[in-house]
Every structure is written in structure tokens, then in C-alpha cells.
Design a binder for this molecule. Structure first.
Ligand code: NAP
Ligand code: MN
Length: 277
């Protein structure tokens, strides 16, 4: 059954980005659900969150509701091309509404990343990422020890390191040469950003897929300013003692609909398209 609260209705939040087309779709959905007795439209405490825009919009919407992951199911409507977190395009709103009315609470869930940043003065900051988290040093080469589950693997020298979720593997991770990982694989991926490799400095070079339950630890070896990025946000830290990455015990859930588009179809649509023989 659809998750219902005391009012007996599914609570639905509609969140659109600033584009004209997104706002238009939002008001169309709003009008359709406003008088439907099975739905209650509210941005507070929703059961279903409809994100209208692109994958970037879904990232923002995810962080708005990340405290309610146990309850919320997301659905993305893309005003543009298909995308990875979006199941419907703007011309498919009628089909979306039909499926929403048939919804019985089905969901499809994907892994998230958990990170902790420990500063040199002992502060600990934790965060959750849907796409990826990275540690970079801009002003000079980042020198850092990389350990996986307690095994000291390498001393890294370069711009930084990115750790991505399976669904985030097609984002920044892919641009820096990481592998594309199917989102039903319960694992995460560490990818180097411009590592120095020569007769003196050595890193593995390839990206690494790490299973659930294991932890990646990066310990910077130089005093200075570091940039920590979590999805679409970046933070600057004076000195970072270590940053740890592991799969979260919570997942992100999406409304599972009959028209749910397969991952490889999205990969093809986004990166290959139709190629002439
Ligand atoms: P943005 O700079 O507006 O968007 C970056 C692009 O990444 C957009 O085309 C976005 O799609 C796409 N994207 C987001 N998540 C994706 C995913 N899981 N798979 C494939 N493509 C994805 O920034 P934003 O919209 O706030 O998104 C932040 C994300 O952008 C970061 O998490 C990072 O992964 C990515 N990024 C990539 C690079 C790079 O490749 N060099 C640099 C910076 C950031 P939409 O157009 O549908 O929003
Ligand atoms: Mn974007």
C-alpha cells in the first residue's frame, strides 16, 4: 500500500527549479492532484517528493529531505533530456499522473555514501552524498595517505580524490575516468584526480570498487586549505586530519513505476545516442 499517514492520504511535495517549463509542469501536477482525495499536497513531511528539473535538481531536493529517507520516495521529472535520477520527461506528465494514482508503495532503492571529515583540531563533520564526495587541494599538490579497510594502500600525490556512489558514477566520476557502475551493485568507487605518477611517486592509477562494509580513509599529509565537495556543494577546511568514506546504512528510494527506465538505456541515451552505421 501507499504509505499513508493519519489523514489517510499520501502527502506529496512538488519541487521545481526556476525554469519556466519546470514551473509549468509543477502547476499542471498541482492542479491535477489538488482535488484528488487520495493526495495531500504539502512540502512538510511528505511521503512522495516530485522533483522537476534535471539530475542537479534532484540532488538539491535529495538534500532537502535527506533526514526523512526512511519514509520518502522520490520521483524525477526532467524538463529536457532523460537524465539518471529522472523517470519521466516533461511530455510524459499524463502518464506520470496515471502511474501515481495506481501507486501501491512500490519502490526501488539505491546506495548512498556516508562521509566523515575530521579536522586537525578534532572537529568531526558528517555528511551523506547521492552522487559523490571529494577531497581536493587547490593551492598545492595534495599529498595524502590512502587506506582501504585499514590497509595502507598508497601515498597519493595529485589534485585530489573522488569517491562516488553507483548512481553518481556517471557524473563527475565518469569525467575523471572512473567506471560506470550499475546502481544495484552495493559498492562505491574511489577515483583519482590527476595523480602524479613517475619513478618517485606511485599510486594504483585505476579506480577502485569497494564493497559495502569497507571504509576508505584519506589522510592529508600537509598543512593547508582543503576543499571538501558533497554533491553540488563545496566547503573549505583549514586543516583536514582525515576523511572517511563508506556506504550508508540508508538508501535513497524512488517511486517504482511500470515505465521505470533501465540504467543501460539511460547510459546509452546520455552518452552514446543514435550513431549512424
Ligand atoms: P551542474 O554543474 O549544473 O551539472 C553538472 C552536470 O552533471 C549536469 O549536466 C547534470 O545533469 C549532470 N549530472 C548530475 N548528476 C548526474 C548523474 N548522477 N549522472 C550523470 N550526470 C549527472 O551541477 P549540478 O546540476 O548541481 O550537479 C552537481 C553534480 O555535477 C556533482 O555531483 C558532480 O557529479 C557533477 N559535476 C561534474 C563535473 C565534471 O564532470 N567535470 C564538474 C562538476 C560537477 P542535469 O543537467 O540533468 O542537471
Ligand atoms: Mn544541473
Amino acid at each position: 500500500m501507499t504509505q499513508m499517514n493519519y489523514t489517510g492520504k499520501s502527502r506529496v511535495a512538488i519541487i521545481a527549479n526556476g525554469k519556466y517549463q519546470s514551473k509549468r509542469i509543477a502547476s499542471k501536477i498541482f492542479s491535477a492532484l489538488k482535488h484528488d482525495p487520495n493526495f495531500y499536497l504539502s512540502k512538510d513531511n511528505p511521503d512522495i517528493v516530485i522533483s522537476i528539473g534535471g539530475d542537479g535538481m534532484l540532488l538539491s531536493v535529495f538534500h532537502m529531505y535527506e533526514k526523512a529517507l526512511d519514509k520518502v520516495r522520490f520521483v524525477g521529472i526532467h524538463t529536457g533530456h532523460l537524465g539518471f535520477y529522472t523517470d519521466y520527461r516533461d511530455f510524459e506528465v499524463d502518464e506520470f499522473l496515471k502511474n501515481l494514482r495506481l501507486d501501491r508503495g512500490e519502490k526501488i532503492s539505491y546506495p548512498l555514501l556516508r562521509v566523515t571529515v575530521t579536522t586537525a583540531d578534532g572537529r568531526i563533520v558528517t555528511a551523506r552524498a547521492l552522487n559523490e564526495a571529494s577531497l581536493r587541494r587547490i593551492e598545492k599538490t595534495m599529498v595524502a595517505d590512502v587506506a582501504i579497510n585499514g590497509t595502507q594502500l598508497e601515498r597519493f600525490r595529485g589534485d585530489g580524490i573522488t569517491v562516488s556512489t553507483p548512481t553518481g558514477s556517471t557524473a563527475y566520476n565518469k569525467s575523471i575516468g572512473g567506471a560506470v557502475l550499475h546502481p544495484t551493485v552495493e559498492a562505491f568507487q574511489m577515483t583519482e584526480i590527476a595523480s602524479l605518477n613517475n619513478r618517485v611517486y606511485r599510486t594504483l592509477g585505476s579506480s577502485i570498487i569497494i564493497p559495502k562494509g569497507e571504509t576508505v580513509t584519506i589522510e592529508p599529509k600537509r598543512v593547508g586549505s582543503y576543499t571538501v565537495s558533497i554533491d553540488n556543494k563545496s566547503f573549505s577546511y583549514r586543516n583536514v586530519a582525515k576523511m572517511e568514506f563508506f556506504l550508508d546504512d540508508k538508501k535513497i528510494s524512488f517511486l517504482s513505476t511500470p515505465s521505470h527506465i533501465g540504467f543501460w538505456e539511460r547510459v546509452k541515451d546520455a552518452f552514446i545516442g543514435e550513431v549512424d552505421e
